[in-house]
Design a protein around this ligand. Structure first.
Ligand SMILES: C[S@@+](CC[C@H](N)C(=O)[O-])C[C@H]1O[C@@H](n2cnc3c(N)ncnc32)[C@H](O)[C@@H]1O
Length: 214
């Protein structure tokens, strides 16, 4: 997607992807990814997700990357925190508590050291097919060889509705040379997304995947 598309959505408040609760996959499956460790967690395309705060409460240092400065400002304001800000390469780093968010393009983000854990909810599925393999390759470049992550995808008939969110089917994940994907849970979520049914979907599943590096 073009960056302007996302800036425009934030500007207009068209952020139906933002949740006012913690994502079910994080609640149910994060401990299978993190064990009892509190290692640093990378969260690409993080928006102003409350999941960042949940991960911080679990003791993780959390590092998000987000294009929209307005989203980042809203995240810290809603949290009641006053972030410090500084330039970091091509991006700007905001930081308060255990959450830092780098404002800018994920594809310009470089890791100071490899990340051991990551969480992707509504990041991969926010990107059109032509960008998804590039995204996965860049994500892999930021991770340690023994890194693990939790990925959440949508599955639906792509010809019935335009993304985002895009449908990501298992064969696409299987074709990824960078990662292995293990399905943890697949849920029927059509009833929770009446807007998608109005847009033409008759079936919608959300999948939680454990992701490890090949
Ligand atoms: C569908 S939203 C999901 C946000 C968040 N993960 C959540 O669960 O609420 C996708 C987010 O990615 C951001 N984004 C899109 N392209 C990006 C890029 N190239 N680099 C950084 N952020 C990007 C958008 O501004 C938007 O906030």
């Amino acid at each position: 997607m073009e960056k302007d598309f996302w800036h425009e959505r934030w500007h207009r408040g068209e952020i139906g992807f933002h949740r006012s609760d913690i994502h079910w996959a994080l609640n149910r499956h994060w401990s299978e990814i993190s064990g009892s460790s509190t290692q640093r967690v990378l969260v690409p395309l993080c928006g102003k997700s409350l999941d960042l705060r949940w991960l911080a409460r679990r003791g993780h240092d959390v590092v998000g990357i987000e294009l929209s400065g307005g989203a980042i400002e809203a995240f810290y304001r809603d949290w009641g925190k006053e972030p410090d800000r500084e330039a970091r390469g091509a991006l700007e780093r905001w930081q308060a508590g255990q959450v830092e968010i780098h404002e800018g393009d994920f594809f310009d983000f470089e890791a100071d050291s490899p990340y051991p854990r990551f969480y992707d909810r509504a990041a991969l599925v926010a990107l059109p097919a032509a960008m998804r393999q590039t995204y996965l390759v860049h994500l892999r470049s930021l991770l340690a060889d023994d890194a693990a992550g939790l990925l959440v995808t949508f599955e639906y008939a792509q010809d019935a509705m335009d993304g985002p969110p895009f449908s990501v089917m298992p064969d696409e994940l299987d074709a990824c040379a960078a990662f292995e994907f293990e399905l943890l849970e697949r849920r029927d979520v059509l009833a929770e997304h009446p807007g998608f049914a109005e847009r033409g979907l008759t079936a919608l599943h959300e999948c939680a995947w454990r992701v490890t590096c090949r």
